[in-house]
Write a protein that binds this ligand. Structure first.
Ligand code: PRT
Ligand code: MG
Length: 220
């Protein structure tokens, strides 16, 4: 049995065509059922639905053989995971080029970020991505106080919790609707295939064709 960990929403939706290229069809619609384990047209392949941030954990511990996770999630997971797992015990064979966005710094449209940086002020930054943010500002020599949030980062500058946020941006409409402006792009983000290293050896005959089909679909 192969177990694939996916999160509901954009990752699930955008992984479906890749699965189709490997001849796999998910038998149920996650929006219409409350099931957390979904069957496929292949009796030896199933999908488990987990929170986006939990995908690397399921794969690392082998509860899922493979999964799809954003680079944002993988970077934060890698920073937090036990060194004994050698960087998470996760093999990352493919950039699937799906769920693309960028990680950026944004501030209220009336906040002069450039001036704050120039003056060497301490900037309060709210984010879910504390390790990427810490590294980014350290590289720039900008002094920051990081405030860890788990959601709705956009609210932080509007309520005075923070001067800036580090968040994901795709169309930019969420920033715009909340009077925020993007002042720095930190990195491009897309989702990666992650595979459990032990499974790669033990289930190679099942995994290899699937990885190859995904790779072919990404190139196409
Ligand atoms: O939503 P939930 O709290 O359950 O979990 P999650 O946010 O971790 O999952 P999900 O499904 O929303 O995101 C999964 C992955 O999709 C992320 O890890 C990213 O790699 C990727 N992705 C791609 C995005 C976006 N685009 C994106 N736009 N994830 C989140 N957003 C959010 C962003 O945080 C911001 O609030 O959408 C808003 C901005 O969108 P625009 O279009 O208004 O700019
Ligand atoms: Mg979300």
């Amino acid at each position: 049995m192969l177990t694939l960990a996916l999160s509901k929403g954009r990752i699930f939706e955008e992984t479906l065509p890749l699965l189709a290229a490997a001849g796999i069809e998910v038998a149920e619609d996650p929006d219409k059922s409350r099931k957390l384990i979904l069957a496929t047209n292949r009796p030896d392949v199933r999908v488990v639905l987990v929170r986006a941030t939990d995908v690397p954990t399921y794969v690392q511990y082998g509860a899922a053989d493979l999964g799809v996770a954003g680079k944002d999630v993988l970077l934060e997971h890698g920073a937090a995971s036990d060194a004994a797992f050698g960087g998470g015990g996760l093999y990352q064979p493919l950039d699937l080029q799906i769920a693309r966005c960028r990680m950026s710094v944004a501030v209220r449209d009336d906040f002069d970020y450039a001036a704050a940086v120039r003056q060497g002020s301490r900037i309060r930054v709210a984010t879910k991505y504390t390790s990427v943010a810490r590294q980014h500002f350290a590289d720039k020599g900008v002094h920051v106080d990081l405030i860890k949030l788990y959601g709705s980062m956009e609210l932080a500058p509007l309520t005075g919790l923070a001067d800036a946020i580090v968040d994901l941006v795709s169309t930019g409409s969420t920033l715009k609707a909340n009077h925020l402006v993007e002042v720095e792009r930190i990195m491009e983000i897309s989702s990666r295939l992650v595979v459990n290293q032990a499974a790669l050896k033990l289930k190679r005959d099942m995994l290899r064709p699937l990885i190859d089909a995904f790779a072919g679909a990404v190139r196409a």
